[in-house]
Design a binder for this molecule. Structure first.
Ligand code: PLP
Length: 455
């Protein structure tokens, strides 16, 4: 790190509290300052090049220097830099984006509502679900079901649905009624000898037993990521989503698909819901919606959700919810151009093909002493690290091995993310064969260096 008193690093330490960072350690360690991007690469302020193997935060689908998005933003800025969507106001980009999203949906959807972050979209889904329950004269129908290791964001309500300890500890969240099911991670949670199908049957039974114990009339919705992302890239076991959906349908419980990571190609089809045959009532989207060039998120709902909300807003006089930047015209223009690029360049097909190559390369590492499990679908994958392959355990402090490997990867020029002791890969959808191979060879170097450094 550059420790000159007025260096950019010193100023970051002096003035900036970072999200998802140990604030005390940061005073010593300082930042990695990223200066520019090009394709799947970013460069730090010393000119060092890194493969951005997480596409930023699972989000920069089209890579880090897409001129068409810059032009879309510039043109919209010049024409109408801002307008809102409250009180019957609208504008071209938001109308076009709403129509586009409803048209792309894998199941019939009725309306899109716009927000700015994944957390806001999740909060909005929760509020609309409660609003709907009241509209239907079912005020007791408010409980929400999620899974352990779920990540749905960090605003107060979204953080309650998130089921990772660091998002709850010391925050005094005002917890609504949330029921947490077993994480669908076969490698970690299945009983000895239990097949994926039997594991899925057991989880569906757990869900049904919980619903019956709580009273089906008290349960509003089930929120789930098609593939859990921040919880460790948890790919659901075979038949899981069919079995879960059968239970939810039986008890008339809404299904919310959190597509914030999976949406727009990540799993090798346009939506995670397509990959797994999920038929959600609400879909939540962000990240690759705009490739994160500007903050943008949205939720779509079907008529079953929209109908009662419409009636309730008429009874009250308004739908008293929305954000200053809901459907921001510049973000909407960028999202539209981004979706056009994804379709024109068949980046979904590329994600499927490059995902297979990534997976083959990672599978070839399964005999490495530090590799416990390789998992993934499409262009999202994780490698679970272990120091004892038999016992499936890592170093004594959870996350220590992940952090060590991550540090070696960064040194080698590969930015990834350690989720406890799993290393995630979620590169831009534009990645090429040669770049996948480069990523894999840097990963092997990082693993070998870590192995050599272990006591
Ligand atoms: N839902 C999922 C599945 C996510 O991965 C994330 C963020 O990583 C969120 C919601 C929250 O999004 P944001 O960070 O934009 O609030």
């Amino acid at each position: 790190m550059n420790d000159k008193p007025n260096s950019i690093e010193a100023r970051d330490i002096a003035y900036h509290l970072h999200p998802y960072t140990n604030a005390k350690k940061h005073l010593e360690a300082g930042p990695l300052v990223i200066d520019r991007g090009e394709g799947i690469y970013v460069f730090d302020n010393n000119g060092k090049r890194y493969i951005e193997a997480m596409a930023g935060l699972w989000s920069v689908g089209v890579g880090f220097n897409e001129e068409r998005l810059v032009n879309a933003a510039t043109e919209q800025m010049k024409r109408l830099p801002y307008y809102h969507t409250f009180t019957h106001k609208s504008h071209g980009p938001v109308i076009e984006l709403a129509e586009k999203l409803v048209g792309m949906a894998p199941v019939p959807m009725s309306k899109a509502f716009f927000t700015n972050s994944g957390s806001e979209a999740i909060d909005t889904a929760l509020k609309l679900i409660w609003y709907r329950a009241n509209a239907l004269g079912q005020p007791e129908r408010k409980k929400i079901i999620v899974r352990n290791r779920a990540y749905h964001g960090v605003t107060i309500a979204a953080a309650c649905l998130t089921s990772l300890p660091a998002n709850h500890r010391s925050f005094d969240l005002i917890v609504p009624d949330v029921l947490r099911m077993t994480c669908p991670h076969h490698w970690r949670e299945a009983l000895p000898g239990e097949s994926e199908e039997d594991f899925a049957t057991r989880l569906a039974k757990e869900l049904e037993d919980t619903i019956l114990a709580e009273g089906p009339e008290t349960i509003a919705a089930f929120f789930g990521e098609p593939v859990q992302g921040a919880g460790g890239v948890v790919v659901p076991p075979a038949t899981y989503w069919q079995k879960v959906q059968a239970v939810l349908r039986k008890y008339d419980i809404l299904l919310v698909a959190d597509e914030v990571i999976c949406g727009f190609g990540r799993t090798g089809t346009m939506f995670g819901s397509t990959t797994y045959g999920i038929e959600p009532d609400i879909m939540v989207m962000s990240k690759q919606l705009s490739s994160s060039y500007l903050p943008a998120s949205a939720l779509m709902m079907n008529d079953r959700v929209f109908g009662p909300i419409m009636e309730e807003s008429d009874r009250i006089g308004t739908l008293g919810h929305g954000y200053t930047a809901s459907g921001h015209p510049v973000a909407a223009a960028v999202a539209l151009e981004n979706l056009k690029i994804i379709e024109e360049r068949d980046l979904v097909g590329n994600a499927a093909a490059m995902g297979r190559r990534l997976r083959d390369g990672l599978d070839a590492l399964t005999d490495h002493p530090l590799v416990g499990e390789v998992r993934g679908v499409g262009l999202i994958a994780a490698v679970e690290l272990v120091t004892d392959r038999e016992a499936r355990t890592a170093l004594e402090t959870p996350g220590a091995l992940g952090a060590l490997v991550n540090a070696h990867l960064q040194e080698a020029g590969l930015i990834s993310r350690a989720m406890t002791d799993a290393i995630a890969f979620c590169p831009p959808l534009i990645i090429t064969e040669g770049e996948i191979d480069e990523l894999l060879s840097l990963f092997r170097i990082g693993l070998d260096k870590t192995l050599a450094a272990l006591p």
